[in-house]
Ligand binder design. Sequence first.
Ligand code: AHM
Ligand code: MG
Length: 341
Amino acid sequence: MGAVSGITTLGQFIIARQKDFPYAKGELSRLLRDISIAAKIVNREVNKAGLVDILGEMGLMNVQGESVKKLDVFANEQFISALSYGGECCGIASEENEHIVGIHSEISKYANYVVAIDPLDGSSNIDVNAPIGTIFSIYRRVSPYGPAQLCDFMQKGTEQVAAGYVMYGSSTMLVYTTGKGVNGFTLDPSIGEFCLTHPDMVIPQMGNIYSINEGNYKFFPEGVKRYIKYCQIEDEETNRPYSSRYIGSLAADFHRNLIKGGIYMYPATAYSAKGKLRLLYECNPLAFIVEQAGGKASDGFQRILDIDPYALHERTPLFIGSHDMVEMVEGMMLEYSSRVD
Ligand code: AHM
Ligand code: MG
């Protein structure tokens, strides 16, 4: 791979990895390629967001009742269009669409995959030039043929065949897994290619960063409050107090903790029993990635990937990151029950 230039592009890498799936016909590879092309287009617009009239609120509400930014709309259109014309995807579940988008084209009729996607996550960061991301999850369809149906998306996270995220930050990265480890690619703008920069990513078993919106402290379950206090107590042996780092952009907070070791938490609160984040296109894909990297993802009581979904936009509390940190917060959740004070 990349013997001539010393660089391995995402395209080369995907082709080389096809041998991991001896009976595969290259459909998943083409699907990943379609996603990466859309990501490059979104990246181009993100980079010039401050220059053109694409920045800021559009004045609409998305299906979750939150304000939609223009870039969200743009990113949603790009991914839907790339997946619709690629021929490998028969339906999309997007944070921006209330219902699934079934793909009706002739070439997609026998497509085997569906994609759940948050096209532009952390959109409140757009206006301030902070990192934002795309998060995606790929499943094999369970319906026989034609446009995807709801049942194709109501599969546990354990059934994902691939998942990934793109982080549009100081550089743009695409990180993905097909269940055989995690690999990260950085976009080289000079050649317009994602290049392998982070092969076989492994999250430290233990870290010293915790990421949570502490402004909501009052509303957290007792177990989470105890864990936050634990993080803040001075203890030389365990390298505490830990550092608190929170961008408020899931892909970016997750990415930092994946590399450095740490935990990201979005718990249930007194006003939202299931927290904020969505199972299908935010939590499941990152849970798949973190497990593949040796980490752990939990809703506080059970493995995220084992949750049986019942709705497209359902939410779940999320504790994700270094294995031992997630395990400890789970222990405290259990000890102090799920009581919200
Ligand atoms: P969004 O999909 O509306 O952008 O919300 C998801 C984002 C995550 O990226 C981030 O971690 C979280 O919401 C931040 O929420 P809060 O502002 O409540 O801390
Ligand atoms: Mg989101």
